[in-house]
Design a protein around this ligand. Structure first.
Ligand code: PLP
Length: 401
């Protein structure tokens, strides 16, 4: 039985028509900075572009050419590193989690390391202090990947401000969206100047801005429970029927990274929407707390949390199933069901054919284990109680040997 409403895999901030009106008052960068608690923030044309800007700025200060990234993360991250003429070094994850494994991290940080990229995966607060300690031992920088964690807080401050720089994604599916966009922050004023200088080199691209503006209008038209099945559900189910998991989660992106400034109209749309984001994130956290407890009560299931480091955001819940068989059985029952159950990234980075030549073929057993055992349950407000109850029942069935 498929329901009429399609649940998106992440809790996107529902758009409002009046977001599209011109004249939003304070600009997006100022509103974002005020909310995040930093003197200034930079708007970029994607999270990937924000990372490129940060790496380019760091590259100017140093002859070091290697960037340490988690072995399980967004495939755009190693593409951004390679785009900057830098080399990717993988760091395996700690067993059963998303943080960098301490021993692997110590080994990966060497005298050629320019930066380490700890990642606040799925809104969870990562162990940035451990990354900072390992990076500082060899004189490297830390860039926090908070692409999925806009609004997450730790130690009384936004994530992204503990390392030397941090970035957030404003892409579709990551909460607040300009269709594609990003935010770049840094605690230190000199670093902020360096980042702003790098961002100022990017051109305006009328063609890209027009395309993104039309895509953002399309998003406003289609991001509705009864319409989303045409824009998201049907292409997803087509990809699943073909057996193309990478296309099903939208990991199948080309090697080209657009780099340009974001136009005033799209920034205005974001500036209006960001005013609603704090309350939306609070409601999402409340919903997640109740559902987390129910999912964690399933036999052998773990829900990844913040390990006491702070208060993350909850775009979805990351579930670790006891083994790959149970995970695959759960996905077979739920992925195409319109209930917002999905996978995050399909593979550990060495297992994407498209990244061969960029990512070293390296044994990363814990990252592979996470890729094989994890699934995500949407925390969208459109996932109602009957839908969530059905997810729990299907998971229970999948857990039976
Ligand atoms: C999405 C994502 C990125 C890239 O952000 P875009 O805005 O899509 O370019 C980087 N890192 C992680 C962990 C992500 O999820």
């Amino acid at each position: 039985m498929r329901r009429r409403a399609e649940v998106p895999p992440t809790a996107g901030l529902p758009p409002r028509l009046r977001d599209l009106l011109p004249g939003a008052g304070a600009p997006l960068d100022a509103r974002a900075a005020a909310w995040l608690g930093v003197d200034a923030a930079l708007v970029a044309c994607s999270g990937t572009a924000a990372l490129v800007i940060a790496l380019r700025a760091l590259r100017r200060t140093s002859a070091r050419r290697t960037v340490v990234v988690p072995a399980y993360t967004c495939p755009l991250v190693p593409l951004a590193v390679a785009h900057c003429g830098l080399e990717v070094r993988l760091c395996d994850l700690a067993p059963g989690g998303f943080d960098l494994d301490p021993a692997a991290l110590a080994d990966a940080c060497r005298t050629d390391t320019l930066a380490v990229v700890p990642t606040h995966l799925g809104g969870r607060v990562a162990d940035v202090d451990a990354a900072l300690a390992a990076a500082r031992r060899v004189g490297a920088f830390v860039v926090e990947d908070a692409a999925q964690a806009l609004g997450a807080r730790a130690g009384g401050a936004s994530v992204g401000l503990r390392g030397d720089a941090g970035f957030f994604s404003l892409a579709v599916g990551k909460g607040l969206t300009l269709y594609e966009g990003g935010l770049l922050v840094a605690r230190d004023a000199a670093m902020r100047r360096a980042l702003a200088g790098e961002a100022a080199r990017l051109p305006r691209r009328f063609g890209w801005e027009l395309r993104r503006s039309l895509e953002l209008l399309g998003y406003h038209a289609l991001y509705r429970p009864r319409v989303l099945r045409y824009a998201y559900g049907m292409p997803l189910r087509r990809a699943l029927r073909r057996g193309d998991a990478i296309a099903a989660v939208g990991d199948a992106l080309g090697p080209h990274i657009p780099l340009h400034r974001v136009g005033a109209w799209r920034q205005g749309v974001g500036a209006r929407a960001i005013a609603r984001l704090p309350a939306f994130l609070d409601a999402a956290a409340e919903r997640a707390a109740a559902r987390r407890a129910r999912l964690a009560a399933l036999p052998g299931v773990r829900v990844l949390d913040d390990a006491g480091r702070g208060a993350g955001t909850w775009p979805f819940l990351m579930l670790l199933m006891p083994d790959a068989r149970a995970r695959d059985a759960a996905l077979a029952r739920l992925w195409g069901a319109g209930l917002g159950v999905s996978q995050l990234f399909i593979h550990a980075l060495p297992d994407y054919p498209r990244l061969a030549g960029i990512v070293p073929a390296q044994a990363v057993p814990n990252a592979r284990d996470l890729a094989a055992r994890m699934l995500t349950v949407s925390n969208s407000p459109w996932l109602d109680e009957p839908g969530f109850a059905r997810i729990c029942a299907e998971l229970e069935a999948a857990l039976r040997p």
